[in-house]
Ligand binder design. Structure first.
Ligand SMILES: [Zn+2]
Length: 402
């Protein structure tokens, strides 16, 4: 109870404690069975691609039989704050249509929020997050993924920020002309230019001025280095893991983890098995190769029912891959960062609905309490768990304000 009251104080500064206590049971009842510390903490997920499901026709206001996220399962998983990734797919849209697509995705999210005022509300600041969470609702935040969305125009950063975007990932796997991605830096030959251009540095400064968080997930090492040199505010890697545990250009090397710690930022742990462990890559390659003919014919059977096919494919892969990492592997990555720089820089960035398969025990967002159970099993203190589940990120968000 002591902790519940202390959460109340965080949620609503001032004299509304009684009101808070009246509302809190609504919030708690949705998370029956979750560990107390999970229920008491403000739980933040820094990255979900569920808006892609929305674009494919999913109604996320009801519990879906496929995919990894919807408003009901977010509640079951005790998530208080969800960053909805706005990702204009560079393979689908021309470079001068990326901003338009980002704006469209934001409008789709806002329409969902308008239709579900009892379940979720857009949050633009930590104080708004605290108010919305205290009302027992999901605080919905917007993060744009891919700097191509600004179409080389600083004013479009202002516009996205005005529409509610609170972070911008500088690159996706593709690169805007002013910053190189991890994938592109990995492929570039020696001597080819990498990192931020002068315009790229202006992007960072404009974001700092606006209080919009710089997201370095997907950025290449040189871009990362240039950003750390340029930014005046804490940055995030919204959905990345540890390179030393799984060598992959999407993961962070020790120097990058130290740099984020020095900068006061956070790293959101990505649940994608490919980034967590070596065992997955061979297994998925084999499963896709062995199942190629079957998947291809099922694609024809499902025809335009893309969501149905996706659910089938995911279930098929789950049935043939027996080496998926479990929840413990996610916490291994957390442990590594904590060992290197302490527990102030770890957060959660699931990447749900952007990943083909998820770890065992974290198959969808409703199972997020299992992550907390694993942290408890390893002897993490309540204070540490609360920081990882959301406290660390809220510190970063607060620090954006001048
Ligand atoms: Zn991503």
């Amino acid at each position: 109870m002591r902790h519940i009251i202390s959460k109340c104080r965080r949620c609503r500064a001032g004299g509304r404690l009684l009101w808070m206590l009246l509302l809190l049971p609504v919030h708690l009842s949705a998370q029956a069975g979750a560990p107390d510390v999970h229920t008491r903490s403000i739980v933040v997920d820094l990255h979900s691609d569920v808006l892609l499901q929305v674009l494919r026709g999913a109604d996320i206001s009801r519990k879906l039989p496929y995919g990894q996220v919807d408003l009901i399962r977010l509640r079951e998983g005790g998530v208080d704050v969800q960053f909805f990734a706005v990702w204009p797919d560079p393979d689908k849209y021309l470079p001068d249509k990326m901003y338009h697509q980002a704006v469209y995705m934001i409008s789709r999210l806002k329409a969902i929020l308008a239709e579900n005022p009892d379940k979720a509300e857009l949050a633009l600041s930590v104080s708004q997050i605290e108010r919305i969470v205290a009302q027992g609702k999901l605080a919905a935040c917007i993060g744009v993924e891919g700097g191509t969305a600004i179409e080389n125009d600083l004013n479009k950063i202002d516009s996205l920020c005005r529409m509610g975007a609170r972070y911008l990932g500088l690159t996706w796997n593709d690169s805007p002309p002013w910053a190189t991605s991890g994938e592109d830096e990995y492929k570039l030959k020696a001597g080819e230019p990498k990192g931020l251009t002068e315009f790229g540095r202006r992007v960072i400064r404009r974001m700092n001025d606006l209080g919009m968080i710089v997201d370095l997930s997907h950025s290449g090492e040189q871009t990362f280095r240039d950003v750390i040199e340029t930014t005046r505010k804490p940055v995030i890697a919204s959905h990345s893991d540890v390179y030393n545990l799984r060598h992959h250009y999407r993961n962070l090397k020790d120097w990058q983890i130290r740099a984020i710690a020095q900068n006061g930022g956070v790293i959101g742990m990505n649940f994608y098995p490919e980034f967590l462990d070596y065992s997955y890559t061979d297994a998925i390659d084999k499963a896709l190769k062995d199942g190629d003919a079957r998947l291809d014919s099922m694609r024809q059977v499902f025809g335009s029912d893309y969501l149905g096919y996706r659910a089938y494919r995911s279930n098929y892969l789950k049935s043939v891959i027996d080496t998926l990492p479990g929840v413990a592997r996610v916490v291994d990555h957390m442990d590594y960062i904590i060992g290197l720089v302490g527990d102030d820089y770890v957060a959660v960035g699931s990447d749900f609905d952007g990943i083909t398969l998820a770890p065992k025990g974290l198959e969808d967002v409703s199972q997020l309490p299992n992550l907390t159970r694993e942290m408890i099993k390893r002897g993490y203190s309540d204070e540490r768990i609360t920081k990882i589940l959301g406290g660390n990120f809220l510190r970063v968000m607060r620090a954006q304000i001048n």
